[in-house]
Design a binder for this molecule. Sequence first.
Ligand code: ADP
Ligand code: LRH
Length: 513
Amino acid sequence: MTWTVAAIDLGASSGRVLIGTLSADGVLTVDECSRFPNAPVRVPFDSGDDLQWDVLSLWEGIRAGLREAARRGPVDAVGIDTWGVDYGLLDADGRLLGNPMSYRSERTATAVERVHSALPPEELYALNGIQFQPFNTMFQLVADTCLARDALTRQMLLIPDLLGYWLTGQRICEVSNASTTGLIDPATRRWSPRILTTLREGLHADVPAILPPLVEPGTVVGPVHLGSVDLRTHTGAPSPLIAVASHDTASAVVAVPATHDHSDPGATFGFISSGTWSLVGVELDAPVRTPASRRANFTNELGLDGTVRYLKNITGMWVQQECLRQWRDEDAGRQMPWPEVTAETEAATPMRTLFDVNDPVFAAPGVMTTRIDEWAERAGEPIPRHRGEYLRSITESLVVAYRRALREATRLSGSAIGAVHVVGGGSKNRLLCQLTADATGLPVVAGPVEGTAVGNMLVQLRAIGALRGGLDALRLVVERSVETDHYAPTPGAEVLWDEAERRVLNPRRTPAA
Ligand code: ADP
Ligand code: LRH
């Protein structure tokens, strides 16, 4: 028998609904039902503006995608994964209190200070193992307690769980995404009592009261209701929503076509989930919460089947996306097609301008090239002269960050990496993959491009009994089903990247004007 599942997969640059069909011989085929843009939207208020998600247009894209999936045939299950940390707030009737804020909306500075005065960063990290980012859900929630809508708030739902509530009427909180809140103890996989008590009693932020019950990935949430369209399984029953590993990175790592080398307990694979963000690290059985890990700003997010994703968030293709958006606006709406982006990047002078992609100056939306120019000028790096040089400098600067993160991940976790797997849109970037192999001295395996959706589908398929086994068994399905590209490190190239890393980490800084 064949099985068909629908994955709703929302990234920060686009959303998509894909259907996956598992054949009787265990091969998964993926087809797209709909794709729609996503980007934070600037919305003014009395004393400034916010960046908010246009959740209603995402909802419309999802419904259109599911209607198309139903038109194509039976749907045995549905799953949702999205970017982490952000959420919607509901009132007592379950109505959404305004658009969810984007994590790029800078509103948490005071909240960060308040939380850190009650729980110093060292203590907090020992509890939640989550890297400090000013947009972690806990800081956003504390910031929200100062807003008028706080009086009406009865529940917080993370984005996949909010959409799941709209599809099923059931409110839950899936734990892989919950780990990005900063409120979870990664060893117990439960809300951290100490953090919750501190927020409620120390900061008068009654966060515990608005948290839904936690569930592990693979839990059946309930039947999907889609208005006039019936979503039915092969047996004619209403299609169930499965809580998949609903953090997009968690789903992406499920779909890495690699299996642990069980003969060597220390050996693992490195992963780079490369989309708007680049999430770079290794999969572990237990969190690492050492002071060295905190100083390196490594995070312990939760994955499928008790795993921990030990990784670093790197500002990823966001910088490239914002450059492309800027040039589209400058060119009267003409979008540079991918072949042109690739050709210009590959033709540009190598290693000319390098910068620290993780510098917070690159976080906000808006004109990006001037921010790269200013960084380069201060660091004594040459200013890019044309689009190809900007694109090349972004690719190479990302590779510097990848190499450093992979080295730190192995050092801090005591694991060894045999190969690096690149999944997500960045796996289509040939130069990025080849340079990652060169800079790390490790073989790189690129694909699947739709890793998040594939991981989402695999967890659904297991939950409905179409697949059995642990992560290795799920990853074998990916190996069997998806074509990957392989990049071998160029002999002798690694040493060039030592100097590249030095230029980024210790630039010849000139004082800012
Ligand atoms: P997200 O899930 O965060 O929205 P994706 O995984 O969809 O991100 O990746 C989007 C990124 O993939 C783009 O910003 C771009 O850098 C890269 N990408 C997509 N298609 C191509 C392509 N044809 N060639 C090179 N890069 C590509
Ligand atoms: C990647 C991601 C990542 C970030 C978050 C804001 O899409 O989920 O984990 O922390 O978006």
